[in-house]
Design a protein around this ligand. Structure first.
Ligand SMILES: *[C@@H]1O[C@H](CO)[C@@H](O)[C@H](O)[C@H]1NC(C)=O
Ligand SMILES: [Zn+2]
Length: 251
């Protein structure tokens, strides 16, 4: 048994060395803080800096590095809500870089009673499409989810970590809300048929008792609260790398 453990461990080490040696995915990031005039002082440079640090830390184990190219602050009552065409107007004015550049808009009054939303990667067509063809790409996040924000349970910056997972091509661990089917298309996240509220850790939450593993409530791609999250799985890391190679790198 000792021998077996040793062999398995040395195999893991080799895999670890290989993955450490693999070139990291480097993602240029532009952060855009957009507030109403009344809330302009509420969302600070420090919050943006702490958010960037939280994002970088969360993805370090996935071999994804973020390179901040810009942090902008804009006061605009309509853009801070981003309803309908206001979101497009905001992005047309602020979006930086190309399709492989992550643009995150932190809005003080984000429309729709949601904490955030991001676009998934998709095929933007051959050649070098004009930025107008992917102007909607990026993430719109409630600004008070940043570290130091005022949304209880969701103010450690993990909304952005979750949403950027979508931008990198990940789906929810409870995708499809079913115990059968493809779910999130990742094989090492257990089947999960309901999203998670809070962090139900006393009794393990298991929405698909017939399949192996309890609900991955600590996974960044569930809906648990910020303090509950701990990471991505190797399968999710692999999917992000595949999605990056297929849709964003070089674009
Ligand atoms: C993008 O950010 C860089 C670095 O801050 C800046 O020089 C450039 O003007 C920005 N581009 C746009 C389109 O805002
Ligand atoms: Zn989501």
């Amino acid at each position: 048994m000792h021998q077996g453990v040793f062999k398995a461990h040395s195999g893991t080490q080799i895999a670890g060395i290989v993955s450490r040696a693999a070139a990291p995915i480097v993602v240029d990031v532009a952060l855009h803080v957009v507030t109403t005039a009344t809330k302009a002082a509420d969302i600070t440079q420090k919050m943006a800096d702490d958010q960037f640090a939280a994002l970088s830390k969360a993805y370090a184990a996935s071999n994804v590095q973020f390179n901040r190219i810009a942090t902008t602050f804009t006061v605009n009552d309509a853009w801070a809500v981003g309803a309908g065409s206001d979101a497009t107007a905001m992005k047309t004015a602020l979006r930086n870089g190309t399709y492989r550049t992550l643009n995150v808009y932190f809005m003080s009054d984000l429309t729709g009673s949601i904490l955030g939303t991001c676009s998934l990667p998709s095929d933007i067509g051959p050649g070098t499409p004009a930025p107008s063809t992917y102007i909607g790409d990026g993430c719109m996040i409630q600004a008070n989810t940043m570290p130091g924000g005022n949304i209880y349970g969701f103010n450690q910056g993990m909304t952005t970590v979750h949403e950027v997972g979508h931008w990198m091509g990940l789906l929810h661990t409870f995708e499809g809300y079913s115990c059968t089917g493809n779910g999130d298309f990742v094989s090492d996240t257990p089947m999960q048929s309901t999203s998670t509220d809070g962090c139900p850790s006393k009794l393990a939450k298991d929405s698909c008792p017939q399949s192996s593993g309890v609900d991955p409530i600590h996974n960044y791609m569930d809906y648990s609260d910020d303090a509950c999250y701990t990471g991505f799985t190797p399968g999710q890391n692999k999917r992000m790398a595949k999605m990056w190679a297929a849709y964003r790198t070089g674009r």
